[in-house]
Ligand binder design. Structure first.
Ligand code: DP6
Length: 327
């Protein structure tokens, strides 16, 4: 009997500064627009993938528990791409565990698919360099293509599979921002990102949002390059509000915010007016990512924790690229 093909990889989630919302091609996950993110340090998913000649189905454990069928099917479909590239049909056992709760408003699909892609490619001996790995991770979850890299990352939208992948913009040391994630709800969201992306085209605001993206991407790149926090705040908050405007005006409408989401956003505006370098961005959920300039997080964190409705706060510096780890 041939031996199992095994590898383990680790990846961190990321927060989008300019967001991915909507696909030109849902199947290939070719996004309607490019995006920019910061990989989040301190948070990670570790995935062990073992292709086993004795296995008859793919099995997926998340944090030690058998995953729901939909999650298993999504991962099995992703592994089909890896199997096709590797030229075998072996089923796999996948063990994925994260050191952060999946309902905490931190995209666990990004770190999970980045880690699963890297581990499964390595297990099969596929010699994938980072751009190819990023392309493959994208097929599992769009934002996962950015988690292949550490620090500040741009996903080039591209116009076909080959040209849609992420590249590094700057290492984390370039500008050690801190993302304070204000968790206001840990309940699983009722509509996931994948369905949300499919609704984006129904909003009359999406074409305007997409058309303006090159401008926001340039502004964001420049703000990062020059470490200009005022410019970064402006583009990050505008971009988040534009995405939520699209969500809220889709059919059916998608409203991810809760009253505490607005409480945090308004507090951040007030703290910035008082002179603190902090800005807010919200992904597909109610929790608020508060980006702080270096040296600001120690003042902002206690204020955030004191706000009504804030359950807990995660503190994330820029994180590392996805990597293989010893079994
Ligand atoms: C709002 O990457 O989670 O976080 O490709 O369907 O897995 P799928 O979607 P996903 O979408 C992320 C949406 C977002 C913005 C972003 O991360 O750019």
């Amino acid at each position: 009997m041939p031996r199992a093909l095994v590898a383990t990889a680790e990846a961190s989630p990321n927060i989008a500064l300019v967001k991915y919302w909507g696909n030109r091609d849902d199947l290939l996950r070719l996004p309607s627009n490019g995006s920019i993110s910061m990989t989040l340090g301190g948070l990670r998913t570790v995935a062990r993938v073992a292709f086993d000649p004795a296995a008859t189905v793919d099995t997926l454990l998340i944090d030690g528990k058998v995953a729901p069928p939909a999650a298993r099917q999504r991962v099995a479909k992703h592994l089909d791409l890896v199997r096709a590239a590797a030229g075998h049909h072996l089923k796999a056992r996948i063990d994925s565990s994260s050191n952060f709760p999946s309902g905490a408003g931190i995209a666990s699909s990004a770190s999970a698919f980045a880690a699963i892609t890297m581990a499964s490619a390595a297990a099969c001996g596929l010699p994938l360099e980072s751009a190819a790995l990023s392309r493959l991770a994208r097929r599992g979850s769009g934002s996962a293509c950015r988690s292949v890299w550490g620090g500040f990352v741009e996903w080039l939208a591209g116009d076909e599979d080959e040209s849609s992948y992420a590249i590094p913009l700057a290492p984390g040391e370039h500008w050690p921002l801190i993302d304070l994630v204000a968790v206001v709800s840990q309940a699983p969201k009722s509509i996931g990102s994948t369905e949300g992306h499919q609704r984006a085209a129904s909003s009359p605001l999406q074409p305007a949002r997409v058309a303006d993206t090159p401008r926001r991407l340039s502004a964001c790149r420049l703000a990062l390059l020059e470490r200009d926090f005022a410019a970064l705040s402006e583009v990050v908050e505008l971009d988040s509000l534009m995405m939520h405007a699209v969500m809220m005006t889709s059919s059916p409408a998608l409203v991810y915010w809760q009253p505490s989401t607005l409480t945090v956003m308004n507090a951040v505006t007030e703290w910035r007016r008082q002179g603190h370098e902090v800005c807010a961005t919200v992904d597909a959920g109610p929790n608020v990512h508060c980006l702080c300039a270096p040296g600001q997080a120690s003042a902002i964190r206690p204020k955030l924790q004191d706000l009504p409705g804030v359950d807990l706060v995660f503190e994330c510096p820029p994180g590392e690229a996805a990597r293989l780890v010893q079994d």
